[in-house]
Design a protein around this ligand. Structure first.
Ligand SMILES: [Zn+2]
Ligand SMILES: [Zn+2]
Length: 188
């Protein structure tokens, strides 16, 4: 019966992107609780990680590639600077999707995807699988994308922006999030 050392309450340092009016605009009330911890792990627990900043945005992607890669109806990705993902244990392995800019990282032992990289303007970010977080409900989608290939039975919530394909960042993201992306990829 080992004693467990209680973890200190987490303090998130660094930029918090969401101004309350933008949160209201995106219909994402959950994002107002900014000091929560976002820890996650793969199914077998060998990869453990923690987000040290709030996501810049959370995508639900309904494209056919994401449906195939997840074996599900859509993927939920929290977009955050690579520097804001602390790898606590394990070594995610990369799988590049031929003919795309997408590289997914997964656990070699259990196969769980933990995050993706998209080369280009988002190259400085990880797209963290929200389903791998211990509290996935803390990161509900801010936008639904590629809904032109959404599963027909799936009814999307009212009030959450949706786009047939991708979207113009400047018209959707709060300025603070745009600034963070620019700071993460100063040459992009
Ligand atoms: Zn695993
Ligand atoms: Zn997709």
């Amino acid at each position: 019966m080992g004693r467990t050392t209680p973890r200190p309450a987490m303090t998130i340092e660094g930029p918090i992107p969401w101004s309350s009016d933008k949160v209201a605009q995106l219909g994402n009330v959950g994002r107002e609780a900014i000091a929560m911890s976002h820890e996650g792990e793969c199914s077998c627990g060998s990869i453990r990680f923690e987000l040290t900043a709030e996501p810049m945005i959370v995508h639900a992607c309904h494209c056919t590639r994401c449906q195939r890669a997840t074996g599900s109806a859509f993927v939920i990705n929290a977009v955050v600077e690579k520097a804001a993902v602390a790898l606590l244990s394990g070594a995610p392995r990369a799988a590049h999707f031929e003919g795309t800019r997408h590289t997914a990282y997964f656990c070699d032992d259990c196969g769980t995807y933990v995050w993706s990289e998209y080369a280009g303007g988002f190259g400085a970010c990880w797209f963290v699988r929200v389903g791998a977080l211990n509290d996935p409900g803390a990161c509900p989608p801010d936008v639904h994308i590629f809904t032109s290939t959404k599963q027909a039975w799936l009814v999307l919530p009212e009030g959450v922006p949706r786009f047939d394909e991708f979207y113009d960042l400047n018209s959707v993201w709060p300025q603070a999030a745009l600034d963070r992306l620019r700071a993460a990829a100063p040459t992009g």
